[in-house]
Design a binder for this molecule. Structure first.
Ligand code: HEM
Ligand SMILES: [Cu+2]
Length: 551
């Protein structure tokens, strides 16, 4: 950068979306997608830490085989708090509502999302739903688990099920509105020249995610509504005593909740595609395949819900079909993993913090996915269903996959969001601590589960203690990995180096505006002439020498 540019840049940097106005009101009534993204960021971090406290208490209880720390009933409430908050108030909104809100318009070269006011409304619905859910916990808690299985939840559980269900119901509308907003934004607000086949892969993944959000969430809303109906007015829907069918609940619930796991993982895959391209300085291998595999996952995701019901008493033939269909989802997922690997091959790789998270994602997601194939195999699932094997599997996908991608994305876009650089060494260190802590926490659970340790109990047979001690030790390390970034991110806000427009030398329109961006993102609407991840084939003499095998 020459002096004139530097000067220009510093003038631009004085007025941006963060400091155009400071009042609380300007934040609470903002229609700026970037500020709304930040509002979501604070909110989901808040919910994450409450849910993590519940997890910490559970892991402490499970340190010893006896139930000596909390009562069985309290334990049930803890895993309900943990599951409900993690799934509905952290995982589902995490990448779409925070990073997605922030970067989608920037990546498209747009001023904002299509419906800025609805975007703000989504956040209020989310907060209201979260508030109601927290209130149901404070006044007594719920012990049904996050799945609210009937007829326990609708007839027997002596707790605040209806209130918690209302909280989740309201938050669902926030999801639907966010999905609609993104779909319209991606269709209508792309900069001139930004054709579908030039879109960043993150946008493709958010598009597929939004389709699921819009199509699946209403089913959840109806299901929760039916629970309330049965519980409050004894309308026979799920309770056999009233002429209902509990299996119906499971069908409805999983028809939403299986696709919901793709709401969690697809955005993660989108982030990882961006990171792999940027930090190996290559176009993603097989761009079109990676883009369409997101859509394939979204579509297939609607056909496999019955793999959660192999032991529910559904027809054996249904079980066999669901088992087969579940294997099919492995294909588009594997396409992505293979294509990322092919991208890395002979790339000019730099192991910056976001890249470490991305590589961690690939490893853990692959392990989580492969154990998913075990669970999709009807006969194997009958053996490990409701054991810690399942807990390990979904934590590998959701925590090892999604949370790592979220952290990777947050580090990657942090300079854009705040205009500051975080301390790189600290970032690398916490990524490493997270990776190690994660594996120590959840790998032993595969073994414990395979050997038969059941889930959702506050006490267990003494033979499983060794795995639980390892797991609790791992959880403490993992906790350090999660807490460290909060400190250095805060530190960077005051003491971090000022970030330039494009500190990673990354591709994509979001890097062609100031860090942090001005209120309306771009001074002029950018015009796009090439694909987003198109890195020049060879970046430096060093790479050239490496590729040509010259020393
Ligand atoms: C911080 C590390 C974490 C630890 C130590 C942890 C620990 C646990 C434990 C002990 C259970 C209960 C298992 C049982 O008895 O059935 C559980 C369940 C669960 N966890 Fe985590 N967890 C962690 C992070 C997460 C995260 C980040 C998510 C989501 C993003 C998550 C999602 C869930 C879900 C959905 C359940 C199922 C709850 C249920 O059985 O109803 N966990 N976790
Ligand atoms: Cu599933």
């Amino acid at each position: 950068m020459n002096a004139a540019q530097e000067f220009n840049f510093s003038i631009e940097a004085t007025k941006n979306y963060l400091n155009v106005n400071y009042s609380v009101k300007s934040w609470l009534f903002t229609r700026d997608h970037k500020r709304i993204g930040l509002l979501y960021l604070f909110s989901i971090i808040f919910f994450f830490f409450i849910a993590a406290m519940a997890a910490a208490l559970m892991r402490l209880e499970l340190l010893t085989p006896e139930g000596d720390l909390v009562l069985a009933d309290t334990y049930n409430k803890l895993f309900t708090i943990h599951g409900v908050l993690m799934v509905w108030f952290f995982l589902i909104p995490s990448i779409p509502a925070t990073l997605g809100n922030f970067v989608i318009p920037l990546m498209l070269g747009a001023r904002d999302v299509a419906f800025p006011r609805i975007n703000l409304l989504s956040w209020y619905l989310f907060i209201f739903g979260g508030g109601v859910t927290l209130y149901s916990i404070i006044i007594g808690g719920v012990d049904t688990g996050w799945t609210f299985y009937t007829p326990y939840s609708s007839a027997y559980s002596n707790s605040y099920v209806v209130m918690m269900v209302v909280g989740v119901f309201v938050a669902g509308f926030s999801s639907i509105l966010t999905g609609l907003n993104f779909i319209v934004t991606i269709h209508k607000m792309r900069a001139p020249g930004l054709t579908w086949m030039r879109l960043p892969l993150f946008i493709w993944s958010m598009y597929a995610t939004s389709l699921i959000l819009v199509l699946a969430t209403p089913v959840l809303a109806i299901t929760l509504f039916l629970i309330a109906l049965e519980r409050l007015w004894q309308v026979g829907i799920f309770n056999p005593a009233l002429g209902g069918d509990p299996i119906l609940f499971q069908h409805l619930f999983w028809f939403y909740s299986h696709p919901a796991v793709y709401i969690m993982i697809l955005p993660g895959m989108g982030v990882v595609s961006e990171l792999i391209a940027c930090f190996s300085r290559k176009q993603i291998f097989g761009y079109t395949f990676v883009a369409f595999s997101s859509l394939a996952i979204a579509v297939l995701g609607f056909l496999v819900w019955g793999h959660h019901m192999f032991v529910s008493g559904q027809s054996v033939y249904a079980g066999m079909i669901f088992s087969l269909l579940s294997f099919l989802v492995a294909i588009p997922s594997a396409v992505k993993v293979f294509n990322w690997t092919a991208t890395l091959y002979r790339g000019s790789i730099s192991l910056k913090t976001p890249m470490i998270y991305a590589l961690g994602f690939i490893g853990l997601f692959t392990l989580g996915g492969m154990t998913g194939i075990f669970l999709a195999t009807l006969g194997v699932d009958v053996h490990v269903t409701d054991t810690y094997f399942v807990i390990a599997h979904f934590h590998y996908i959701m925590v090892g996959g999604m949370v790592l991608a979220f952290m990777g994305g947050l580090h990657y876009w942090w300079p854009k969001i705040t205009g500051r650089l975080y301390p790189e060494k600290m970032g690398q260190l916490s990524a490493l601590i997270t990776f190690i802590g994660f594996n120590l926490t959840f790998f032993p659970q595969f073994i414990a589960g395979y050997l038969g340790m059941p889930r959702r109990y506050h006490a267990y047979a003494a033979e499983f203690q060794i795995y639980n001690v390892l797991s609790t030790a791992g959880a403490s390390i993992l906790g350090v990995g999660y807490v460290l970034p909060i400190f250095y991110f805060l530190w960077s806000l005051w003491f971090g180096k000022k970030a330039s427009m494009n500190p990673w030398d990354a591709r994509g329109l979001e890097w062609q505006t100031a860090s942090p961006p001005s209120q309306y993102n771009f001074e002029q609407t950018p015009i796009v002439t090439e694909q987003t991840h198109a890195y020049p084939l060879l970046t430096s003499e060093k790479t050239l020498r490496k590729v040509m095998h010259v020393r």
